[in-house]
Design a protein around this ligand. Sequence first.
Ligand code: DX5
Ligand code: ZN
Length: 220
Amino acid sequence: RQPPVIAPSILSANFARLGAEVDAVLAAGAQWIHFDVMDNHYVPNLTIGPLVLKSLRPLTAAPIDVHLMVKPVDAMIEAFADAGADLISFHPEASEHVDRSLQLIRSRGVKAGLVLNPATPLSVLDHTLDQLDLVLVMAVNPGFGGQAFIPGALGKLTRIRALIDASGRDVRLEVDGGVKVDNIAAIAAAGADTFVAGSAIFGAGDYGAIIAAMTAQIAV
Ligand code: DX5
Ligand code: ZN
């Protein structure tokens, strides 16, 4: 198993000083930056595009984990690869040709992930797992920060962890939505190794203290 990663979602950051927020969470111990892209079409909200990634990119060598909540996906894959994404994940429902979209990501030297919504069946992994660097399990319906963790995600994580282990490949299992200090231990026990947290981290006064508290819960 790869070492755990805490990936603050900048969706809950103060966008008026985004660069400073990114610097602050990385200095506070986060390993990745989770970058939520919403298009008011696939999800009912609108966030940030590749120009913002391009501006952030020179600030850090830390991996930037782009979560595309857009439809269609292929043009945005190209734009975010050009802007310097390290990982790009998309929702299979948003691509007409999932295999083609995965190939597009990997052809650009970017790590590829598929995102499973709360009601997405595991069968989307049947013919894709061997092309994935990451599986992202949504524990909320995508579109907004600050929603409550849907408990059914735990069983889903356990089942996907078994699939990944059986594959023998290094595939990260990431969880997104409602991750807090008081549930992260159970989420880790279910098999996740990569933890997105937006409101829990950016809503805390002390980023170092909240990231340390989360890390302590998953280190056991
Ligand atoms: C939701 C986004 C999440 C969101 C998580 O659609 O994909 O990354 O920012 O926020 P919290 O941690 O507040 O649930
Ligand atoms: Zn996300």
